[in-house]
Design a binder for this molecule. Structure first.
Ligand code: CA
Ligand code: CA
Length: 145
């Protein structure tokens, strides 16, 4: 892994954005991906900070999910808001992490993100199906810090 800018090619980035949009077509939940260089030694803690920074805690149903990647530190974390945390199976985040990790290990960053998004999307869809009043509460673009 090198720089944040090189983590995904422009076309891979577009595939990740498309995966988020497709997932959100079926759920009121909101998924975001954030890339930055360093996690300060604590990817989970940093993911939570970024989650608040991106105002992901402001969704109506508290069903935002952040996939956080510290590119230079080779680390990542997933943070899901209260609404989703209380309903997903206990090992859900851990198994999703393992799925992403398996691809990251082989430098298949785009594939790891896309599959992680799909998996999170399936759980979101189950518990927070898309409804007519739903809107895109959080941008699907990848945020970079
Ligand atoms: Ca939405
Ligand atoms: Ca969105």
């Amino acid at each position: 892994m090198s720089l944040v800018e090189d983590f995904l090619t422009p076309s891979e980035e577009q595939e990740v954005i498309d995966a988020i949009r497709r997932a959100e077509d079926n759920t009121s939940g909101e998924i975001r991906v954030h890339l930055e260089h360093h996690d300060g030694g604590n990817p989970e803690g940093r993911a939570l900070t970024v989650f608040h920074y991106l105002k992901m805690d402001n969704t109506k149903l508290q069903n935002g999910v952040l996939i956080y990647v510290a590119v230079s530190d080779h680390s990542f974390a997933i943070y899901g808001d209260k609404g989703i945390n209380t309903v997903v199976p206990k090992d859900f985040w851990e198994s999703t992490k393992r799925l992403i990790e398996a691809h990251f290990k082989h430098h298949n960053f785009k594939q790891g993100l896309v599959e992680g998004i799909q998996r999170a999307g399936e759980q979101l869809e189950k518990h927070f199906p898309w409804q007519h009043f739903d809107r895109d509460e959080l941008s699907n673009e990848i945020s970079k810090g």
